[in-house]
Design a protein. Structure first.
Ligand code: ATP
Ligand code: MG
Length: 356
């Protein structure tokens, strides 16, 4: 059977290019896990409309850019499946059924939702669709019935309702005993496995503002597409709070998160930590350049893998790839939706979806 490998589902919202936070938080794990798992990577282009309904052209451009970023990172279109959210109607349908199983107040209390409302300056003016994305994300995940969801720390609060709704569905419609261990839900007759979040090497990379998480929409990101000059400039602006080279520095500050995240040579990291903590004549500026060089080294092979898609026909190549992958993603998603509807007494016929 082709599907014997356990599955992974995770993804990104097309609200801009991918950045170093994505790399350490999720992309690095995706690249590593491609052989052991059957991988589905989702472009949440429908969810991009929750905050940018007035910017369809930007969402479309970012959708294509994100796929280029993935390929640049080493995600292999031959081994992994790209899922274009708007072309997988089963996701939107499952969202409705799952919405009935999640208490409204539970959705609104989600801490990530609250943080996003604050940091994205949405105030009281957010759309009805914005909190809906919490439910939509449960459907994104469960429609592929994955065991693992590689995400950054900020998304763990979104995986929890997904686990909860999967348990509820399995108990309510598949007769699974509520005492069942999470790992045994499918064995006990459930349709959905209870998926686990897998946090990356760095759970939450801080942005170049030194305060918030690095984020596409907060203007504090080093992008995977940045040049060495841009990286150096952005690193140079990182706030550390230290004023003099002979002043002992805090090795838990934002700069040292970058040192540990991107400088490979562990003995060099130790040396920098010791000198910095002692105020031993080592300036922030010098360390920032060293980090910028390490980041540039990480990004160099990504620039090479991206190059074939930078030409005039690059976007068309990506669009063709997305259409091809949509067929595979729909086959899997339709199968899950059919099984879910059958469990709910809604098996009125099978259907196929064609995107041409
Ligand atoms: P937006 O600002 O539009 O929300 P984002 O930068 O937060 O964008 P997402 O598309 O929401 O990016 O996140 C994609 C994945 O990358 C998620 O799994 C998320 O947890 C992870 N991620 C994003 N930013 C970071 C970060 N700074 N550190 C670690 N992981 C991150
Ligand atoms: Mg985000």
């Amino acid at each position: 059977m082709p599907d014997e490998k356990p599955r992974i589902l995770t993804g990104d919202t097309p609200t801009g290019n991918l950045h170093l936070g994505h790399w350490v938080g999720s992309l690095e794990n995706r690249v590593k896990l491609q052989d052991a798992y059957d991988c589905y990577f989702l472009i949440a282009n429908m969810h991009a409309f929750t905050t940018r309904a007035d910017k369809p052209a930007e969402i479309r451009a970012s959708t294509i850019e994100i796929v280029k970023d993935w390929i640049a990172c080493g995600i292999d279109p031959e081994r992994s499946t790209f899922v274009l959210q708007t072309e997988i109607p089963a996701i939107a349908e499952l969202t409705w059924y799952l919405a009935m199983l999640l208490p409204f107040n539970r959705v609104m209390r989600n801490p990530t939702l609250k943080t996003e409302l604050e940091t994205k300056g949405l105030g009281d003016n957010y759309s009805f669709g914005f909190p809906m994305y919490t439910v939509g994300q449960c459907a994104d995940i469960l429609i592929f019935r994955p065991e693992l969801v590689p995400v950054g720390e900020d998304q763990v609060a979104h995986i929890e309702p997904c686990r909860e709704v999967a348990r509820r569905f399995d108990q309510m419609y598949c007769g699974v005993d509520p005492q069942t261990e999470d790992a045994d839900y499918v064995k006990a007759g459930g349709l959905f496995p209870i998926p686990d979040a897998k946090i990356g090497r760095i759970a939450r990379l801080i942005g170049t503002d030194g305060v918030n998480k690095m984020s596409k929409s907060l203007n504090n990101a080093i992008y995977l597409t940045d040049t060495f000059k841009q990286i150096k400039k952005k690193m140079g602006g990182l706030y550390t709070g230290r004023s003099a080279m002979d002043e002992p520095g805090d090795i838990n500050n934002s700069l040292f998160q970058y040192v540990r995240a991107f400088i490979d040579d562990e003995s060099r990291v130790k040396e920098l930590e010791t000198k910095y903590a002692a105020g031993d004549n080592i300036g922030d500026g010098h360390i920032k350049v060293e980090v910028a060089e390490a980041i540039d080294k990480l990004l160099a092979p990504m620039r090479e893998r991206r190059a074939p898609y930078e030409g005039a026909d690059g976007d068309d190549k990506i669009l063709a790839l997305l259409r091809e992958h949509t067929a595979k993603a729909n086959a899997v998603a339709e199968e899950t939706l059919y099984e879910a509807k059958k469990a709910m007494g809604l098996d009125f016929g099978r259907r196929t979806i064609a995107v041409v």
